[in-house]
Design a protein around this ligand. Structure first.
Ligand SMILES: [Zn+2]
Length: 154
């Protein structure tokens, strides 16, 4: 490759230089006469891969069922466990059990799941987005002790 202006042999890469509106391959010295053209930038791939927007709805939301305290207590008593027994089994303080059973404290999701597994009961209802109607339709599990207590009360 020779310089298009001075005809000198170019060592290495020629420099693309714009002179009088035409781009020429020239040597380093001659590139001073025109405007050096930069190599067109290669479109770089973004290093951060964008995840496609999820078409799924929002994450399911769990809610502790009504009468969770009565459900837990009934199940515990049916097994002949004291509150201390239950507390020990789920690695919680007895005071936590007291508060949960008297419904002064809702168990958090983690604790509720632990109790569900241990006692084989349902304490959590899953809400998916705004499809709250589904729970009425599909989540009916028959009358619970809580329901009966409520009927008596009214
Ligand atoms: Zn030259």
């Amino acid at each position: 490759m020779r310089c298009e202006i001075c005809g000198k042999r170019i060592v290495g890469k020629p420099i693309k230089t714009k002179i009088d509106s035409s781009v020429m391959d020239v040597c380093k010295e001659c590139s001073r006469f025109g405007k050096v053209q930069r190599e067109p930038r290669k479109p770089r791939k973004s290093p951060v891969k964008r995840r496609p927007a999820r078409s799924r709805g929002p994450e399911p939301i769990y809610e502790v069922v009504e009468d969770y305290g009565k459900i837990i207590r009934a199940e515990r008593e049916s097994r002949g466990w004291s509150r201390e027994d239950l507390a020990e089994r789920i690695n919680e303080k007895v005071s936590v059990i007291n508060r949960i059973e008297s419904e002064r404290m809702e168990p958090d999701i983690k604790l509720a799941k632990k109790l569900e597994r241990l006692l084989n009961i349902q304490l959590l209802e899953k809400f998916e987005g705004d499809e709250t109607d589904k729970i009425e339709a599909g989540g009916f599990r028959g009358a619970t002790i809580g329901d009966i207590a409520r009927i008596k009360r009214s």
